[in-house]
Structures are given as C-alpha cells and as structure tokens.
Design a protein around this ligand. Structure first.
Ligand code: 5GP
Length: 203
C-alpha cells in the first residue's frame, strides 16, 4: 500500500534502553530504518561513521545549522546533535518509516514541524534501575554518569506530552509494546485513506 513514510520520534533518559529497543524493532520490521544523526561528540569504541552517527567537527555542525540543514538540533550532555532535513524528507517521500532516537528538546522542535510524527517515550522502571544500567555500561566516566542521572528527572517530566509511554522493565514486553504502537500507527485511517481510495477507486 503506497503511503508517506511515518516519522517515529523516540526519547528516553540515557540508560532506559532506548537504543537496544530501537535496534530490535528495526531488525524485525521491513520498511523501518534508523535516522542517522549528526554529532560533534567523539565516536565511542565500535561506533562507525555513517552507521551510528555522522561524526562532524563543531565548525561543520555550525555551518549546517546556519544553512538550515537540520530539521532539529540540540545540545545534549555538552555535545551537539542534529537530524538532517534531507534524511527525513527522503524517507518520508519514499514511503519508508523512520525511527529518530533523539532527546526531548529535539522532539519538541519536530512536534511543530511534523504533525504526522509519532512521539514515544521510553521510561526505566525506577531511578535505582537507571543508575544500575548506567554503571553496568562501563562506557562513560563517573562524572558523565552523574550528569546523566541529574538530567533524567527533568527528561522524565517531558514524557507527559508524548503520544505513548513505554516502561522498559522486562525487555521482551517493552519490545511487544513498541511493535504494537508501530503496527497501530501504520493502520491509522488518515495514513492509508489515499491508498484505499486508489485501490477501490472511491473518492
Ligand atoms: P549518545 O551520545 O549517548 O549516543 O546520545 C546522547 C543523547 O543524544 C541521547 O538522548 C540521544 O537520543 C540524543 N540524540 C542523538 N541524536 C540526536 C539528534 O539528532 N538530535 C537530538 N536532539 N538528540 C539526539
């Protein structure tokens, strides 16, 4: 069925398990991709330019911002992150659904811009569990972990204006819930009405 690609915007405090959840559903669903963001942060071990992020210099990021190349951008934990307009438009026009793993500031900017966007917030089951997950990751320094926990309380308040909230306590259950949201949104009348009219020749 021909239709525009859907933009799924997913936010969560760092450590809620958002990246793993997104990877899981992208592996399951055909016609669903991850939008690769631009960032000025350093690549972590194992991260690949063009797959995980486009790692750019602050100067290049600034140039792109000034040229209006970002649909949204924000400073998160001291680094700049942005989603290119070009990436979103290509997916939307070609009918491919896309997941954006972005922070609340960026999500706010897209709420204005993409009326058809679907906003999903992933919560950890508790602050205690959030700290445990961040400690276990071993990828960030103690200072970075502390900064992320401080941010989490403010970010969690933002969940109020999202369309869906998923609590990632039991991973398999969270995957099922996320899959259900994606499937239901794909069936929304307003998204498929044009295709249905064409299929059955109705006006
Ligand atoms: P990390 O550095 O751990 O990969 O990501 C840090 C935070 O930046 C996460 O909350 C992630 O969702 C957010 N982020 C990643 N890409 C973007 C983006 O393009 N725009 C915005 N606003 N946030 C992003």
């Amino acid at each position: 069925m021909k239709r525009e690609g859907i933009i799924f915007i997913i936010s969560a405090p760092s450590g809620a398990g958002k990246t793993t959840l997104c990877k899981e559903v992208i592996d399951i669903f055909r016609n669903l991709r991850h939008s690769v963001s631009y960032t000025t942060r350093q690549a972590r071990p194992g991260e690949v330019h063009g797959r995980d992020y486009f790692f750019v210099s602050p100067d290049e990021f600034q140039r792109m911002t000034a040229a209006g190349e970002f649909a949204e951008w924000a400073e998160v934990h001291g680094n700049l992150y942005g989603t290119a307009v070009k990436t979103l438009e290509e997916y939307r026009k070609s009918g491919v659904d896309v997941i954006l793993d972005i922070d609340c500031q960026g999500a706010h900017q897209l709420k204005e811009r993409y009326q058809g966007g679907v906003f999903i917030f992933i919560l950890p089951p508790s602050f205690k569990e959030l700290r445990r997950r961040l400690d276990n990751r071993n990828s960030d320094s103690v200072e970075v972990i502390e900064r992320r926990i401080e941010c989490a309380a403010a970010e969690i308040k933002e969940s109020r204006w999202y369309d869906y909230i998923i609590v990632n306590d039991v991973f398999s259950k969270a995957v099922e819930e996320l899959k259900s949201v994606l499937i239901a949104e794909r069936c929304r009348t307003r998204r498929v009405l044009d295709a249905v009219a064409e299929m059955f020749d109705i006006t």
